[in-house]
Design a protein around this ligand. Structure first.
Ligand code: PRT
Ligand code: ZN
Length: 286
């Protein structure tokens, strides 16, 4: 007993901060150890290992770590025996094929006989095979975007988020082959007592994710429009409605989804809602 979960996260790079923030929001404090190879939380039975992201799937397969936080792009490229447990809501990007700007692209067949530079040969090969296209894959480990400009390749297959790297290198995004987010991965056979800890961790992660996707809203509503206003705010069960000191008015409290937020606010205003306050939610357990 006295088991501890072992979680591998990126040592430094684009997923490091998001991983540490998520753990912090889950009430797991590792602030004293982020510059070491390993940190221990003092308020949850978990050890955090800091690795290069590419190594994480292998370490999880080998049970050096029970869990890992890594981009789906790395998981599917590595093809290791690990299980994806949960999408984590950060690290969004896409793996795309890009061609020189102005060059016509009419679907995967346009890549026939072309030389494509990438750090993702497995995912690119799967895509080309699926479309029965023969291209030459040129594997390089970094600065893929410069390959067409220096005559090393006709196209590239690389990660894109804002698109500015492609733009600055005179490339256009032609085809997305994978949409990727940071995910929690696990070893296929975690001992039962560790599984119970993993369930606890997943419960916390879900509470944090729900809270991030929702806002708490408070507003004053004229009683004659209360019915319409309540119908716009279903909340977790139904909104809380309290009478205001001023006759004819009520205070309404509810939860709104981030994605529907602005549209709902417009409708609330047109139904006479006033004094609308919107507050972040720290944790949300439904
Ligand atoms: O040292 P280590 O091996 O751990 O890190 P790394 O250098 O291999 O990875 P890192 O930190 O760059 O990325 C880690 C993970 O972040 C990736 O595996 C993806 O899951 C995710 N991610 C999200 C991204 C991007 N967005 C991203 N934009 N990874 C890389 N990029 C690069 C891309 O390769 C290209 O060079 O950013 C450039 C494009 O960005 P835009 O905004 O110009 O389109
Ligand atoms: Zn890497």
């Amino acid at each position: 007993m006295n088991q501890k979960l072992k979680l591998a996260i990126q040592k430094s790079g684009r997923l490091h901060e998001g991983s540490v923030s998520l753990l912090r929001e889950c009430g797991i404090d590792i602030s004293n150890g982020v510059n070491k190879l390993k940190a221990e939380a003092n308020n949850f039975p978990i050890e955090i290992y800091f690795f290069r992201d590419d190594d994480i799937p292998q370490y999880v397969e080998d049970a050096v770590a029970d869990l890992g936080i890594v981009g789906e792009n790395v998981v599917y490229e590595a093809c290791k025996q690990v299980e994806v447990v949960e999408e984590l809501g950060f690290g969004h990007c896409r793996l795309s094929i890009a061609t020189p700007k102005g060059e016509p692209y009419e679907g995967p067949a346009s890549l026939e006989g072309k030389k494509i530079a990438t750090s993702y040969p497995v995912l690119l090969r799967n895509f080309l095979d699926k479309h029965k296209v023969n291209s030459e894959i040129h594997e390089i480990s970094g600065s893929v975007e410069i390959a067409p400009g220096i005559g090393l390749a006709d196209a590239i297959c690389d990660l894109v988020s804002s698109g500015s790297t492609l733009f600055m290198n005179g490339l256009q995004e032609a085809e997305t082959i994978l949409r990727s987010r940071a995910v929690l991965i696990r070893n296929r056979s975690i001992a039962p007592d560790k599984s119970a800890l993993l369930d606890k961790l997943i419960f916390r992660i879900n509470a944090v994710k729900k809270a991030r996707n929702n806002k708490y809203i408070l507003l004053n509503a004229p009683n004659e429009n209360l019915k319409q206003i309540i119908s716009l705010l279903p909340g977790m069960k139904s909104p809380t409605v309290l009478p205001l000191a001023e006759p004819g008015w009520s205070s309404v409290h509810s939860v709104v989804n981030e994605n529907e937020f602005w549209e709902i606010i417009e409708k609330l205003k047109s139904n006479g809602a006033e004094g609308i306050l919107v507050v972040s939610i720290e944790k949300m357990i439904v």
